[in-house]
Ligand binder design. Sequence first.
Ligand code: NDP
Length: 468
Amino acid sequence: MAGYDFDLFVIGGGSGGVRAGRLVAGLGKKVAIAEESRYGGTCVIRGCVPKKLFVYASQFPEHFEDAAGFGWNVGDTTFDWSKLIAAKDAEIARLEGLYRKGLSNAGATIFDSRAELVDSHTVLVRKTGETFTADQILIAVGGRPNPHLALPGHELCIVSDDAFHLEKLPGSILIAGGGYIAVEFANIFHGLGVETTLIYRGLEILSRFDRDIRRHLHQTMEAKGIKIICKEVIENVESRSAGGVVASTSGGRQLDTDQIMLALGRNPNTTGLGLENAGVETSHNGAIPVDPYSRTNVDNIWAIGDVTNRVELTPVAIHEAICFVETAFRNNPAQPDHECIATAVFSQPEIGTVGLTEDAAAEAFGKLDIYRAVFRPMRHTLSGRQEKMMMKLIVSASDRKVVGAHIMGPDAGELAQVLAIPIKAGLDKDAFDRTMAVHPTAAEELVTMYEPTYQVVDGERVGDLGGI
Ligand code: NDP
């Protein structure tokens, strides 16, 4: 590292940055890492982890209801929001501690400060005003919620970051957006007893998911009591004299609500980062374009995670970090593999998915065999709940490869993780058919759907008798 203060300076202490910093420090290199907020980043501090804790909290009312069918009398229940927040905060603090410990045990120098680029080898640590030089620099600053500045009254709305620290649970909420965050929080707030409305600009929520899943989730959410308005947007937000806010929509509605949450995507966190000082190019939305090895247009500067706008998911950022370390510090060039990434939406019911949707597969392969099962999970035979589970396998007819799997129902995320292995490995449907079922489980449907439910030929469904 001839003459530099550090071999590597990592800007951003989220999942990707911390993993890279820890691994490189573990190789005996001199590593610095700077984080302006808290170590752990979006996922741990204000994303996946606290969100999942909230999901668990919001599921209890249904568990209490379901218990009656199994002979339990749960009695009166109450919910204490501040107790949940305190418990969540304690867990997040514990996890943040582990992230810091991992870094310090590996020997990294930790800065609790914003850091900015001064030139291609120099980083300014804002808190102290000190500058440090580094041979290699990794930008892993993530993203932040889109504040929708064009919306009059946007400053009266909250974003997901704020939802984790509300002083009190609102009586009602209007959530704008139809993606992961909007759908997950609509279910969380509804489960916690908040009157919830979701407003989405498109025809159907979750635009990037399989159409049957989207429709089925929409119906199930509405049946629970969540109001969903599609093909409309909020055009104006004003405060009400009586408290709360009123949203005017493109469909001419006036929606009175205690709170509005905007969940309209996330923007790369590159404003004021000094990228221009180092000659690092950005795209129109501020994301940092990188080559297949996560290298920016400047030779010694790399970028991973959400800031690159490739796939905004924690495990992807971690995978990119590992590949970066192999490439830049272990003389083993490694490209992150972004094909066939399994993902879950922690809606209620949950969604788990891997591979192509029916529509994307129809475009890629022409003729498809679709295997679809819709059934009432065993638990609900006694609970009396009417919710159905759905499993769908998309098979390319020409070579029988399973190219997509889509699940909605209990533990769908867990199932998607396991299904990601055979689908990533390119197994065909016959391998699924040869696999013995585990009984009684819901997942046994995945290996016992022997006959296609319908085919897709030239983009048209043939033989679909409906059923969902
Ligand atoms: P998404 O990209 O999932 O959804 C954004 C939503 O906002 C879409 O429905 C989009 O509509 C809509 N939208 C965007 N701009 C506007 C606008 N100007 N007016 C009206 N609607 C608009 O983003 P999220 O914010 O939900 O989440 C950010 C990312 O974080 C996700 O992409 C995901 O990768 C990650 N994440 C992952 C989770 C998980 O793994 N479970 C959980 C939460 C987040 P349209 O669909 O029509 O474009």
